[in-house]
Design a protein around this ligand. Structure first.
Ligand SMILES: Nc1nc2c(c(=O)[nH]1)N[C@H]1C(S)=C(S)[C@@H](COP(=O)(O)OP(=O)(O)OC[C@H]3O[C@@H](n4cnc5c(=O)[nH]c(N)nc54)[C@H](O)[C@@H]3O)O[C@H]1N2
Ligand SMILES: Nc1nc2c(c(=O)[nH]1)N[C@H]1C(S)=C(S)[C@@H](COP(=O)(O)OP(=O)(O)OC[C@H]3O[C@@H](n4cnc5c(=O)[nH]c(N)nc54)[C@H](O)[C@@H]3O)O[C@H]1N2
Ligand SMILES: [Mo]
Length: 763
């Protein structure tokens, strides 16, 4: 399909005047504390910093709206269980700046579309519901009741409920997520795409198949008990900074840490813990740093399994845990047969890692028993993401490293409640058991046909098969692949609606009519008819706990996400509907009571969530009870193939800078990688730069190649960086325009954001 380009869909392609320095050799430390305080002071004022920061991630405070790394179950630092990037996340939400009706009157939608993402986000908190009428140039304030009238009118205009798409980002609380999916299914569709489709979906598919649960098996405390921790395709120094404290503890208990990453990320090299008085002393994190080629991971894992099998055959019963394999697994012989056919030399070469380093790593796996494997977007956002994760599981099963202390799977989640949202039923492919329980508990009949994920939703909107787009949080336009295709999709809709805290590009690339519904943030007090409310969230390790803000809301007009869903549902279904929507929003205890009835593991929810620190959800693999089809830990045979360059020259991975949360740009620095005041950079191998005749300060266009089509991202500054030959990196979302909509991971349909085939065009 030919793409129509909509002006303003991509941020302005202008440089901000960057400087480059040598990358840092360690993460956090005093500089981290200083930057955290600076961000908070700029957004909320110096005085407020002292009262806000200590509330984050404490037992009686609110959950950090940043990442999903868990809080320690017992000890919580007196200084506050937060980090530099958590502080930026909260500064962003608690800002005193306002995108109020005067702001929207001053700037037309077109004008706002020409703002850089940084300026758009920094314009402040949205204070009132805003409406863009058909053909309108400016958003105008509208009452909540008129906004709900418009939504209901457009829902009634649809010929089929499947013409509506209901997206969710991962900050939504359990209560809001549960209400939202109930509303959507009561309306008649399972079109519930979420950010997870672009994130850890590959983990969900692989783990469900092999272990029966799409979540990780480790607990926070396992880190302190591990012998070996492998970290694949993850940059915790920036994206999960509190994980570094867990790694530090693991190390002081004797664990060996192996990082696998095409970039030498400073957070994985050395760490100085800002919560300790020995601030200036930094500690080494990784014992081995395997600088794989982009997507060289599967070759590396298979080379490791080859060496493990060799050692096992030389000394039977010393490497593999045969007791475990016999009792708890299926498919061992087939895997061993396939390992025997591996071409070791070829795998080494495909991985990009030296044979010596691979042998050193294999030794660690051969000699030790308690192994944790962590991974994130460097693994999931590849065509073979599912298969690579299945191979990671193979290693753990061979070692019996599942369901015992200090061992297991650790897919490190992104958004702070992305895991909880899925648990609550935000899923386009709901299991029949969920639908049956919803029907039994509410008396409303639920749609059985599976719905659309992110990529398929975009396709449906582009083709005019879906006409209403509703987003519970997030920034669909900028986060999704193929920006121009996504813009066209939103543009095709009769109505686009965003429940948001701050302005973003999805508000300015809109349907015929558009609404912005402003909601409370995590740190804000939530008072409903029956009094003060708290919400609950689930972290990356399956702990469900309370979160309660106590700040005054950014405006009196804001509604909570729960109230927005309840009022929208009440308006649409009328007062005689089976679900008492408004009463549930009056007291979230009622929402939790319904969750108790419907979602396994949430029995007696209202009582159990009173526990300090919350409670663990049941986790089959952790207890060696596998609920997949085979009822066993399943070995799989996975085929290792080289990336198809599509005739292009370089592979591009799209990554996060240190100063952003997904599409929210906190600042223009990527301090650890030595980039200051600039986002339009291309990290390149110095030899490759030489070959292209490029020097620092030159400007190139990135040309994406896929199935004979070309895509362009203009004006990037190549900078020499320690990255494998033929590999490049640049930031998301500026490069999303290059991610082809139909280039997705097998089975999970996750966009392949870490492997885009490009050539360079010198300007
Ligand atoms: N401050 C902050 N925190 C965040 C976020 C944020 O944007 N800012 N985002 C949140 C979300 S939603 C998520 S999902 C997580 C994301 O957390 P990460 O997954 O750490 O995020 P990315 O920046 O995408 O980093 C991917 C890492 O994988 C490496 N990589 C890329 N390709 C490959 C490959 O082929 N093989 C290997 N081995 N490595 C590869 C990159 O060099 C990079 O270090 O963080 C969450 N936390
Ligand atoms: N090229 C490329 N693309 C990617 C990725 C990549 O690595 N490379 N990563 C992918 C990943 S892992 C993810 S998770 C997605 C992220 O996709 P999204 O979750 O859709 O994007 P965010 O940037 O996190 O959403 C930010 C917006 O959320 C709103 N918001 C913030 N807090 C709240 C709140 O409390 N409630 C509500 N209702 N709204 C709030 C604000 O208006 C803000 O502008 O992007 C994906 N896209
Ligand atoms: Mo994510």
């Amino acid at each position: 399909m030919n793409k129509k380009k909509i002006n303003g869909a991509v941020p302005p392609e202008e440089f901000t005047g960057g400087t480059i320095s040598a990358p840092s050799k360690k993460a956090a430390g005093l500089k981290g504390v200083q930057v955290a305080i600076q961000h908070l002071s700029e957004e909320i004022g110096k005085e407020a910093v002292a009262t806000l920061a200590p509330k984050m991630n404490q037992f009686d405070g609110f959950d950090c709206p940043g990442c999903a790394w868990p809080d320690p179950d017992e000890k919580r630092s007196f200084l506050a269980e937060y980090c530099e990037n958590g502080a930026k996340a909260i500064a962003e939400e608690a800002t005193t700046k306002k995108a109020d009706p005067a702001f929207w009157a001053k700037h037309s939608v077109y004008e706002l579309s020409q703002f850089p993402d940084f300026d758009l986000g920094k314009s402040g908190r949205i204070t009132h519901p805003m409406y863009l009428e058909e053909g309108g140039t400016h958003y105008q304030p509208i009452s909540w009741s008129s906004a709900f009238d418009i939504i209901s009118e457009e829902l009634n205009n649809l010929k089929d409920p499947n013409e509506a798409i209901f997206y969710t980002s991962g900050r939504t609380s359990n209560e809001a997520a549960f209400m939202y999916q109930l509303f959507v299914r009561s309306f008649g569709t399972n079109n519930l795409p979420d950010c997870s489709n672009m994130c850890h979906e590959s983990s969900g598919v692989a783990l469900n198949r092999t272990l029966g649960l799409g979540k990780g098996s480790v607990k926070h405390e396992d880190f302190a008990k591990a012998d070996v921790i492998m970290i694949f395709g993850q940059n915790p120094g920036t994206n999960h900074p509190r994980m570094l404290a867990s790694l530090e503890e693991a190390k002081s208990n004797g664990a060996k840490i192996v990082a696998v990453n095409p970039l030498k990320e400073p957070g994985l090299l050395r760490f100085s813990n800002p919560q300790k008085l020995s601030l200036l002393k930094s500690k080494t994190i990784s014992d081995l740093y395997l600088q794989v080629k982009i997507n060289g991971d599967m070759a590396l894992i298979q080379a490791l399994m080859y060496l493990m099998l060799e050692a096992e055959e030389a000394n039977p019963n010393t490497v593999f845990d045969h007791d475990f394999i016999q009792k708890h697994t299926l498919g061992y012989n087939a895997l061993i047969e396939s390992i025997r056919t591996y071409d070791f030399k070829k795998l080494v070469q495909m991985s990009g890692v030296s044979e010596n380093e691979i042998r050193d790593t294999a030794d660690l796996l051969i000699r030790n028993k308690r192994i944790i494997i962590c991974w994130a977007m460097g693994i999931t956002q590849h065509k073979n993401g599912v298969a690579t994760i299945q191979d990671l599981v193979n290693i753990l099963l061979l070692k019996g490293s599942i369901g015992k202390p200090g061992a297991g799977t650790c897919p490190v989640r992104g958004h702070s409640n992305v895991q909880g949202d899925r648990t609550m039923g935000i899923y386009e492919k709901p299991p029949a058991s969920l639908l049956n329980k919803l029907e039994a508990a509410t008396g409303v009949s639920m749609p059985k046909e599976h719905g659309l994920d992110v990529v398929d939703s975009i396709d449906a909107m582009r083709k005019g098969k879906a006409k209403l787009f509703f987003a519970m949080g997030g920034n669909f336009l900028s986060a999704s692949p193929d920006t121009h295709a996504t813009a066209e999709a939103l543009n095709n809709c009769a109505l686009t609606v965003h429940v948001s805290t701050k302005p973003n590009r999805s508000h300015v690339i809109h349907g015929k009519r558009a609404l912005i519904l402003p909601c409370l943030g995590r740190s804000e007090r939530d008072v409903q008819h029956d009094g003060d409310q708290f919400v609950t969230v689930e972290n990356s390790m399956g702990v469900v706990h309370q979160s309660q803000g106590d700040r005054n809301p950014a405006s009196d007009t804001l509604l909570s996400e729960v109230a927005i869903v309840a009022q929208m549902a009440h308006r649409h279904f009328g007062k005689d509907h089976e679900v008492p929507w408004l009463e549930m929003a009056n007291s979230y205890d009622r929402v939790r009571d319904l969750i108790s009835e419907v979602i396994p593991g949430f029995e007696d929810y209202n009582n159990r969530v009173q526990n300090k620190g919350g409670f663990y959800l049941p986790n089959g693999p952790r207890e060696l009870s596998f609920t997949n089809k085979e009822k066993k830990g399943l070995f799989t045979v996975n085929n290792c193939e080289a990336l198809d360059l599509e005739g292009a020259k370089y592979v591009l991975m799209t990554i996060r800078s240190h100063d952003q949360f997904n599409t929210t740009v906190y600042g223009l620095n990527d301090r650890y990688r030595g980039v200051h005041n600039e986002r339009r950079v291309l990290f390149m191998n110095p030899d490759d730069m030489k070959k292209e005749g490029l020097k620092q300060g030159d400007v190139v266009n990135l040309v994406g190649h896929y199935k004979g089509e070309k895509r362009y991202a203009h004006r990037f500054m190549p900078i020499p960086y320690d990255i494998p030959h033929g590999n490049t990196a640049a930031y998301f979302p500026e490069t999303n325009v290059l991610v082809p909509l139909d280039s997705t991971a097998d089975e999970s349909n996750t966009p392949t954001s870490k492997a885009i085939m490009i050539t360079l065009e010198k300007q």
